[in-house]
Structure formats: C-alpha cells, structure tokens
Design a protein around this ligand. Structure first.
Ligand code: ZN
Length: 144
C-alpha cells in the first residue's frame, strides 16, 4: 500500500491509499480516483513542497559595505590621537615591554613610548603594576 497526497482540479488536497503507484495510475486513467470534496475525477498527485518555517528568517548580517562606519568624529579623533602619539612618542616596537618595565623600575628615564607587546608581556606588565594601556589604533609603523 502506498499513500499519495492528491490534488483535484479544484485545488482540494486529500490523501488516499493505493495498492501501488501503477494501481493509482490505472484508477486515475479510468476516472476512478475522485475528490472527496467535489467528486472531480480530475485528480493527480499533489506536488510536495518542503516544509518551510513560518517564522521570518533571521536578518542576515549586513554586507560589509552597509555596516555603519565608525562616526567620522571618532575616526577623526583616533587619527589625531595616533598622529599625536606618533609625533610625541618613541616607537620601540617589540622592545616595548622591556622599555616600559625599565622605565617603571626607574632604570631608564621616563619618556613616552609606544610599541608592540605580546599578550603575555602585556599581561605581565599589568600584573606588575606597570601602567600600560592598549592604544585604540594599529601603529602605522611596523619597524624602527
Ligand atoms: Zn476537489
């Protein structure tokens, strides 16, 4: 036995059992498959559609170009801050942790520096009380 979902010419959907697919076709050809709602013999297998969720899909992330840019004001502030830091500070690159610690300990004179620190270096500096903070921009220079 096989159950088919059927649809009549009027659009009524119903289900019916048949011995086999060929049995259905045979009965259909002879007009013996009729709609229980309207009696129409113009019946065929209903097209089956995948079940679609009724809820609206989640809003997809906006394409890159449509994401809101940081406000021009903030971008401008960051640009000026970077220019200021770069103008007034020494870029020490990967020596940053060493230099910052040496200044903190008084081994070398204080001076404004900036540079790169590995995560473990930065963590160690902070744990030791060395006042360091991440700058909100990427250094424009990558080497001395
Ligand atoms: Zn019908």
């Amino acid at each position: 036995m096989i159950k088919f979902a059927l649809r009549c010419a009027e659009g009524h959907i119903f289900e019916s059992w048949f011995q086999s697919g060929s049995a259905f076709e045979s009965l259909q050809a002879r007009g013996l498959v009729t709609c229980p709602d309207c009696g129409s013999a113009r019946v065929d297998k209903a097209l089956m559609a995948p079940v679609v969720a009724k809820t609206a899909p989640a809003t997809p992330p906006a394409p890159e170009k449509e994401r809101p840019e940081p406000s021009a004001d903030l971008a401008d502030k960051l640009r000026r801050l970077r220019a200021e830091v770069e103008a007034r500070s020494d870029y020490v690159g990967e020596r940053f942790a060493t230099e910052a610690r040496a200044m903190y300990l008084g081994d070398i004179p204080d001076r404004p520096i900036y540079g790169e620190a590995r995560a473990d270096e930065a963590k160690a500096l902070i744990e030791d009380g060395v006042p360091v903070m991440p700058l909100p921009f990427i250094p424009s220079r990558k080497s001395n």
